[in-house]
Design a protein around this ligand. Structure first.
Ligand code: FRU
Length: 470
């Protein structure tokens, strides 16, 4: 049965130029983590942490949307809501979806004044992922492993199957030590056996606590993603390693995104691709989100792979290319320049290839006001091997992200830049991702400028992007 979608009217009639038109946003109000993404009978089902009442965090439900192609979405009715007097009475926190004959959610139910009672719960759907029945045996896992010490942080199950056995990782911490991911197994998703910590962090280096683990193979390696949300470290780490006899041996690590992506969730699709969605956080105050009536976007779905140096590579799903419209192409140019480009817009897909001299500089400016009063600069400094994105208002930097991005020998810089209202995703050479938010005052500030020194522009291609909402 294919249930009827709810309306996507909010997206069609929006006059809010800061609201993305080709990235997924909720129909209204608040969204955070992607949850339970799964391909079922060919269709992609996307669920997400959702507050249906306000454009700020709280009152956690699971929103639902469906797509034939990862790009065009229809909003569906809410999939999970808290049940009073049950293990999820204070919220249905993050989790995943698996195929156990029936589509099945494993998620964290929360109770308590401070959401401090966190237990793992199941729900199944009998009607093609439209409505969800919570398991009467919930919670199916409530005991925090003794090694953790006193902690109420025990959440965000990520589950996969090997043969007849289900495995699960959960985000947690070990008191006075750091973040931890605990490994479990089960014959039936109901009875869970604790095995051991898959990995334990160091709180001074990578945070007090880890959320939303993902653990999956790519080729003969395994990739662990961790969202670290406490102390000074708010970022997503990736660790590449080998996984044998239930033990993970790290070989290399990196940062998934140097900006605003958090709590990502991956799925293995029918084509065998590892597809990743990440919550693109807002950086504006609650009052501004309430006024806008929506909060949070999802990154463009990205296809993950590894290179020979154990670096995680990320490429926007090729399905996105169908949204490309009017095209602007700048062929190779001289070694320096500073020009306003004959293209403007708030929904653009940009590809650039640049070869640098050792001290070359390149700046592509988007969201540029005619009088220069506001703009956002994407900049690469070859001598410092540094990628930065900075938003300016009235001459002052109002937000900034940076990432070390060393180029390999003789390697050109390749940039993929997705500008969509207030969301700006920048991916350099597939391996450095920097996602930024910009909130310019005027819709008219939509110009583009290019300036570069001691750099050879091989290509610059810009496409206007069509909205994904019909
Ligand atoms: C990550 C997170 C998860 C939790 C959810 C609650 O952003 O804090 O750990 O399950 O959000 O909304």
């Amino acid at each position: 049965m294919t249930p009827a979608p709810t309306s996507s009217q909010t997206h069609r009639t929006t006059v809010d130029f800061l609201r993305p038109t080709y990235h997924f946003t909720p129909p209204a109000n608040w969204m955070n983590d992607p949850n339970g993404v799964i391909q079922w009978r060919g269709l992609y089902h996307f669920f997400y942490q959702h507050n249906p009442l306000e454009a700020v965090w709280g009152n956690m439900h699971w929103g639902h949307a469906v797509s034939p192609d990862l790009i065009h979405w229809e909003h569906f009715p809410i999939a999970l809501a808290p049940t009073p007097g049950s293990p999820d009475e204070r919220g249905c926190f993050s989790g995943c979806a698996v195929n156990n004959g029936l589509p099945t959610f494993i998620y964290t139910g929360v109770r308590g004044e401070k959401y401090e009672i966190q237990t793992q719960c199941l729900a199944v759907s009998h009607d093609g992922l439209l409505t969800w029945e919570k398991d009467p045996r919930n919670p199916v896992l409530s005991e925090v492993p003794a090694v953790a010490g006193q902690t109420s942080d025990f959440r965000d199950p990520f589950v996969w199957r090997e043969g007849d056995i289900w495995y699960m990782v959960l985000g947690s911490r070990i008191k006075d030590v750091g973040g931890a991911v605990f490994l479990y197994r089960s014959p039936n998703l109901v009875d869970w056996e604790y095995l051991h910590p898959l990995i334990v962090g160091e709180q001074s280096r990578n945070g007090l606590f880890w959320e939303c683990p993902n653990f999956f193979p790519i080729g003969d390696k395994w990739v662990l993603l961790l969202s670290s949300n406490f102390g000074p470290y708010v970022q997503v780490l990736y660790i590449i390693g080998t996984y044998e006899n239930l033990h993970f041996t790290p070989l290399a690590e990196g940062i998934l995104d140097y900006g605003m992506i958090y709590a990502p969730l991956s799925l293995l699709d029918d084509a065998g691709r590892r597809v990743l969605f990440g919550w693109v956080r807002e950086t504006r105050p609650d009052a501004a989100m309430r006024e806008a009536g929506w909060s949070g976007a999802q990154s463009i779905p990205r296809i993950l792979s590894l290179d020979a140096h154990h670096r995680l590579l990320t490429t926007p799903a090729p399905e996105l290319l169908a949204q490309r419209g009017e095209h602007y192409h700048l062929p190779s140019a001289a070694q320096h320049g500073d020009t306003l480009l004959p293209v403007e817009g708030w929904a653009l897909d940009i590809e650039a290839t640049i070869q640098f001299q050792p001290d070359g500089l390149y700046t592509l400016t988007v969201g540029c006001a005619a009088d220069g009063s506001e703009h956002t600069d994407i900049r690469y400094d070859a001598a410092r091997r540094l990628l930065t994105v900075e938003s300016f208002q009235k001459g002052a930097v109002i937000s900034r992200h940076e990432a070390a991005h060393p180029l390999d020998e003789n390697e050109s810089l390749t940039l993929r830049i997705l500008l969509d209202g207030s969301v700006l995703e920048v991916i350099a050479n597939q391996r450095t991702s920097l996602t930024h938010r910009l909130y310019p005052e005027s819709r008219e500030s939509s110009g583009l400028r290019l300036s570069y020194e001691r750099a050879q522009i091989h290509t610059l291609d810009i496409w206007k992007m069509a909205s994904i909402w019909h």
